[in-house]
Design a binder for this molecule. Structure first.
Ligand SMILES: Cc1ncc(COP(=O)(O)O)c(C=O)c1O
Length: 543
């Protein structure tokens, strides 16, 4: 029997790339005496080695044809996605109306499989008809550009395809998230506290409302909304619509979101905030939450955080800062103090590195000053996932802080990018973004037919009207505003159809449609900005 066992071990040794020395000792010195030592050494050795203690498979885990496919895909990504995506000689968009696009793409799912060649063609078509948001002349959204390291990070996290919820399945990413969130809180000025990466700024804002309400009314988690007083939220008239959405989702109700007046620059008027709080209290309702915006979506205004903090402290309200867009200035010693003084006094903040910091969709951090609140507010203690008797420090299983179960890894791209830049790189990027903003502001001011909406924008939003020759000097005519209102949409239509660039437009209050040029990519050049103005003029001078 012993001989048979021994020869089995020898055979398995020949097949295995692992545990040879232990097995030889077992053969030479007897099995029993060495079993414990060997298994400990095997365990240690397995910690230092990529290979698992199993027989080498007969088949390559990556079949040749799949490897070739992936290499071909990588070429498509590199050439069509990355290189052409950054090339100003390429169109930003090859636009087709939805019905036409349906005919240009082979979208039908069939019973039979398609070969690699067909799949590569589908990938190329997908790139061809998609908007190149990495293009230097894509100015349409609060995200743009393409950072090589963030992109590399995204590729790696997609490949590893894990969920951020436990150390067990995401050991590197859970501690990395911990480190990066800590760093971000330090930058905000919170000592201690907590945080989580969320799928976007809207969801981060929803987290803020939820934890704030839980802090004041912890019973709500069990008893629900039944029997609660009327809770009221305050936010400025120019804040992002996600606050209203969150209030609706959480059962607070959009009628209970009070919109505070803004000054002509789009900043919340602190005295109006206090007046509204007093009014609501007099009505017998319960104010509990104030949302400030650091970088409003359209004008890029920064609310006066210190003044709002005084009011929140006085009335015992949660102060949240929605810095989804403008939070990037915290990376610049030069611009932070003048825009976000007092942010450290807030209870929580939404900060989207995927916007002004260019980390790639999606990357949004919700940070708060308070410890344990996220966990207590959201935990459901699922026994199949968050077992408390695991053999490692289960405080790294952060998934129960989240309203999701599975959660994408959003931290890695930011971490890699940060490693590649260092803090210094961010300072330079932010300064570059603000330098370009200044360049464009001066150009708009100096150019005939262009007019700034705000003379001095605080963020990198440059809002302006293009006034075609037919409307110049007619500001006093009754239909001037109506006519001007139609200019930007018409230019935008022509712009999309020619595909040369993309820039957004919108009305605001009683202001007719105007263009909003936003910078989040430091790689935009002065030449790109000259092109922007020339192109608007080219597309609109006959209107
Ligand atoms: C000020 C502000 N807050 C929140 C959001 C929502 O962020 P997200 O698009 O990541 O949900 C935006 C989006 O533009 C925003 O401008």
């Amino acid at each position: 029997m012993a001989d048979i066992a021994m020869s089995n071990i020898l055979t398995s040794l020949e097949d295995s790339s692992f545990s040879c020395s232990c097995a030889k000792e077992m053969i030479n010195g007897g099995i029993d005496g060495h079993l414990n030592d060997c298994s400990v050494r095997n365990l240690k050795s397995s910690l230092n080695d990529d290979t698992a203690n199993v027989k080498a498979p007969k088949k390559d885990p990556l079949p040749k044809d799949e490897e070739d496919f992936l290499k071909a895909v990588f070429q498509v990504i590199l050439e069509d996605g990355v290189r052409k995506g950054r090339d100003i000689t390429q169109k930003v968009v090859d636009f087709h109306q939805p019905d036409e696009l349906r005919t240009l793409l082979d979208l039908e799912i069939r019973d039979t499989p398609e070969d690699h060649q067909a799949l590569i063609k589908h990938m190329k078509d997908t790139v061809k008809y998609s908007v190149r948001t990495s293009h230097p002349r894509f100015f349409n959204q609060l995200f743009s550009g393409q950072n090589t390291y963030a992109l590399a990070g995204q590729w790696l996290t997609e490949t590893l395809n894990t969920s951020q919820y436990t150390f067990e399945v995401a050991p590197v990413f859970t501690i990395m998230e911990n480190v990066v969130l800590h760093k971000m809180r330090d930058i905000v000025g919170y000592s201690g506290g907590d945080g989580i990466f969320c799928p976007g700024g809207s969801i981060s804002n929803l987290y803020a409302l939820n934890v704030a309400r839980y802090r004041y009314m912890p019973d709500i988690k069990k008893t629900g909304l039944f029997g609660l007083p009327r809770l009221v939220v305050f936010t400025s008239k120019q804040s992002h619509y996600s606050i209203k959405k969150a209030a609706s989702v959480l059962g607070i109700g959009t009628n209970n979101v009070v919109l505070v007046d803004c000054d002509e620059r789009g900043k919340m008027i602190a005295s109006d905030l206090e007046a509204q709080i007093l009014r609501v209290k007099a009505e017998g309702a319960v104010p509990f939450f104030v949302n400030c915006t650091s970088g409003t979506t359209v004008l890029g205004a920064y609310d006066p955080l210190d003044e709002v903090a005084d009011i929140c402290e006085k009335h015992g309200l949660w102060m949240h800062v929605d810095a989804a867009w403008g939070g990037g200035v915290m990376m610049s010693p030069k611009y932070r103090a003048s825009r976000m003084r007092g942010v450290e006094r807030s209870d929580s903040i939404t900060w989207n590195p995927h916007k002004m910091m260019g980390a790639g969709q999606q990357c949004s951090a919700f940070l708060l000053k308070h410890e344990n609140l996220l966990q207590h507010c959201h935990e459901a203690k699922a026994k199949y996932l968050f077992q408390q008797d695991k053999f490692y420090d289960v405080s790294y299983d952060t998934g129960d802080k989240s309203i999701q179960c599975g959660r994408k890894v959003d931290v890695f791209k930011l971490w890699l990018m940060w490693k590649a830049k260092g803090n210094q790189g961010w300072h330079e990027d932010m300064d570059a973004v603000f330098d370009k903003t200044r360049y464009l502001v001066e150009k708009v001011k100096a150019r005939e037919g262009f007019k700034m909406v705000l003379d001095e924008p605080e963020c990198s939003n440059v809002c302006f009207w293009y006034i075609p020759p037919s409307l110049r000097g007619k500001e006093d005519e009754a239909d001037y505003k109506d006519k001007l209102h139609q200019v930007a949409p018409k230019i935008k239509e022509r712009m999309v159809l020619s595909g040369t660039m993309l820039v957004g437009y919108q009305p605001l209050g009683n202001k007719p449609n105007f263009f909003r040029q936003v910078f989040s990519s430091p790689s935009v050049t002065e030449e790109d900005l000259d092109f922007l103005l020339d192109e608007i003029e080219r597309l609109g001078e006959d209107l």
